[in-house]
Design a protein around this ligand. Structure first.
Ligand code: ZN
Length: 429
């Protein structure tokens, strides 16, 4: 039999079919067309005051000045006065199988919580994410919950639970001995990711994850080898390159957790598409990323949350070193012209609080609201190869969110979610 080309887009198209099927199975006759009348439409790039958007079925039928668009007979008009209609927001970095570390430490979540408990919680996390206006999330690892993200994605796509469209990384890859939890050397404990090393081990692990449903391969290019140590590189250049080649052959992008210049450099040279965190990034390594077209997802909200869990009172005293370092690295990345992916590492902090990342990028890292809103819609879509969403255009998925006010002027408007539509289905109104 010829090889079947299961590209990411085809997989997503498959999911969409399932969703449409579930939606039509439950509603006879089919849902009427929707005419959305906000104060303005942000199409993923710019604001258009006075525009309206017509949704038919799962996709956007038309978008433009109100006078130019007429709704078909039987269409339902939704008035959204004072609101901005945007493409559904795209979360760049979440862990739906984790909950905030100030509730339960990461170690205890991995070691003490059953997979059933974690999945049940994750269904609530998925719902909170969607209702916060995030219609897609790149979920970067189950952290010890095996392939639970694959089932979670299926449950959402089949219409059993509300949630965003998921891109899942399944278990993620770590070099043996580099990750956690670490207890006594005398006991073997489950790790928060899959250990793999060397040519055969790595190829097998990547293929295994893809076979079980990974849309993305996530690799930890560096980590702290022991408690209290700084991060240091894990996989060799050869290993990272092999991971990328194996995944790419199967149509999957690779993303790397990396915060050391050497880990970032190796991951970039290997051909990963995004680097997560990048805390210790230097101007030199960011220039290399720029040159190779690698985006940075700085996850500023995660470090901000962890520093506060550790006792930092925001706005009082000197900032923790971790935060100061983050500022320097984000500045260097901007100077080098690296593309920004927006993702908060949600799970470290509360699901549904996703817009913290966008707020911090504006309030504390010098980005303009417009830059961040563009990055979180059309920008993330481009970086994640999601060409069917992230903009408001005829033919694209009807994944839409309306917020009170104008988030391209006031980033906090992203919190004022009034309407959420995914695939033409209204989830919040
Ligand atoms: Zn993460």
């Amino acid at each position: 039999m010829p090889a079947v080309n299961t590209s990411l887009r085809q997989l997503l198209a498959g999911s969409l079919l399932l969703l449409t099927f579930a939606a039509t199975a439950q509603t006879t006759p089919p849902a009427p067309a929707l005419l959305l009348r906000p104060a303005a439409v942000f199409d993923g790039e710019t604001m258009h005051p006075g525009w309206v958007v017509l949704v038919e079925g799962a996709t956007i039928k038309a978008a433009g000045p109100a006078a130019q668009i007429s709704a078909p007979a039987g269409a339902r008009t939704v008035e959204l006065p004072g609101q901005t209609l945007l493409p559904g927001l795209i979360e760049g970095h979440s862990h739906l199988l984790l909950h905030p570390y100030n509730e339960t430490t990461w170690n205890d979540q991995v070691l003490l919580e059953s997979q059933a408990l974690r999945v049940a919680r994750a269904t609530a996390h998925a719902r909170a994410t969607l209702l916060a206006g995030y219609t897609t999330t790149r979920d970067l690892g189950t952290e010890g919950a095996d392939y639970a993200d694959v089932g979670l994605k299926q449950a959402i796509d089949q219409g059993f639970i509300p949630g965003p469209r998921l891109l899942v990384a399944t278990r993620a890859l770590v070099a043996t001995g580099s990750y956690g939890p670490k207890l006594s050397v005398d006991v073997e404990v489950p790790q928060g990711a899959q250990e793999a090393d060397g040519t055969d081990g790595i190829v097998r692990a990547v293929r295994e994850q893809i076979g079980k449903g990974a849309d993305i391969i996530k690799v930890y290019a560096d980590y702290r080898w022991g408690k209290g140590e700084p991060s240091r590189p894990t996989f060799s250049q050869e290993e990272l390159t092999l991971i990328v080649q194996t995944a790419r052959g199967a149509g999957r992008p690779v993303v790397a957790h990396a915060s050391t210049p050497e880990g970032m450099r190796r991951a970039t040279l290997a051909g990963v598409e995004t680097i997560e965190h990048g805390d210790g990034g230097t101007l030199e390594v960011f220039k290399l990323m720029k040159q190779r077209g690698v985006a940075l997802c700085p996850t500023v909200a995660a470090g901000d949350a962890i520093s506060q869990y550790q006792g930092w009172k925001k706005g009082q005293g000197t900032e923790p070193e971790r935060i100061q370092q983050k500022r320097l690295s984000v500045q260097a990345a901007r100077k080098a012209g690296v593309t920004l992916a927006v993702g908060g590492d949600v799970g470290v902090f509360r699901h549904g609080d996703n817009s913290r990342e966008a707020e911090l990028l504006v309030q504390e890292y010098g980005f303009s609201p417009l830059e961040v809103v563009q990055a979180q819609t059309s920008g993330n879509a481009r970086i994640f190869h999601l060409l069917d969403r992230g903009r408001i255009q005829p033919g694209l998925l009807a994944d839409l969110v309306a917020v009170a006010g104008d988030p391209t002027q006031q980033i906090t408007a992203l919190r004022e979610v009034k309407l959420v539509v995914k695939g033409g289905v209204v989830y919040k109104e």
